[in-house]
Design a protein around this ligand. Structure first.
Ligand code: AKG
Length: 256
């Protein structure tokens, strides 16, 4: 993944996709997504949501989908830890998301330790939903997440546009890779089912992005999502304490 990204068309089998979509609908329509955002944006006023994404059975399976974890093993080695999971159904006409990267710091400030985001497009990508553009090689710069935000969602020299993928496709990004979501071209559009999950190489302690991160990992262990096979995947020792909600402010505003 020298270019910083890897496209895995149709990684998710139809049976899994078909169970994921109604869970995403529930997550959005029952206000659970809004509650999880509130819990991150203002943890003193809002406790964790009554249900976590990974407690939805198909989302739990997606997190540890064996072909995904095998590919991650090739990229990260066998020892990596789950960082966080988001689930969303974006309305047609949703604005784009400006150029950014999503790499979180670790306490050794070691840029050689990798974090990877798996962007799952349950309905695929086509002209009816927004596209993803990536800037190959940009993960090699050590600059802030928003260093290219002044370009908005505009075209950058050397970019690669990913705008046609079959349902159930996944794009793996080195989390330090700059990318942008482009709005769908004019037209009727359709909802964009988007789930992203991230994973970090072990070897330092990573900054958590949700105040209830311990509870999230504990539930994943209780549910045995790792199926007894991935001892580090939900281990707390790979994280520093939660210190604030910079992530919530940026991640959920649609501007990052
Ligand atoms: O919506 C997309 O395709 C990408 C979203 C994104 O950039 C992100 O969640 O960080």
């Amino acid at each position: 993944m020298e270019s910083g990204y890897l496209v895995l068309p149709g990684l998710l089998p139809e049976a899994l996709r078909e169970r994921l979509a109604p869970e995403v609908d529930r997550w959005v329509d029952e206000g659970l997504r809004a509650r999880s955002i509130a819990a991150c944006a203002d943890p003193l006023r809002h406790g964790p949501p009554p249900l976590l994404e990974l407690e939805l059975p198909a989302h739990g399976e997606l997190l540890t989908h064996p072909p995904l974890l095998r590919t991650l093993t090739r990229l990260l080695g066998p020892d990596f830890v789950f960082h966080h999971l988001h689930s969303d159904r974006q309305d047609p006409g949703i604005p784009g998301k400006a150029w950014h990267h999503d790499c979180e710091p670790n306490d050794r400030s070691d840029p050689s330790l990798l974090m990877v985001h798996a962007l799952h497009y349950l309905g695929g990508l086509d002209e009816k939903v927004g596209s993803l553009a990536v800037l190959p090689g940009s993960h090699l710069r050590t600059v802030g997440k928003s260093a290219f935000a002044h370009h908005g969602t505009g075209e950058l020299p050397g970019e690669v546009v990913i705008d046609r993928l079959p349902p159930g496709s996944t794009v793996l990004l080195n989390s330090a890779l700059f990318h942008t979501r482009r709005p769908a071209p004019e037209g009727p559009g359709r909802p964009r089912y988007f789930v992203d999950a991230s994973y970090c190489q072990v070897g330092a302690r990573w900054r958590p992005v949700k105040p209830y991160w311990r509870q999230m990992l504990a539930r994943a262990r209780e549910l045995d999502l790792a199926d007894g096979q991935w001892p580090e995947l939900f281990a707390e020792r790979h994280f520093t304490e939660y210190t604030g909600s910079e992530h919530a402010r940026t991640e959920y505003t649609g501007t990052v």
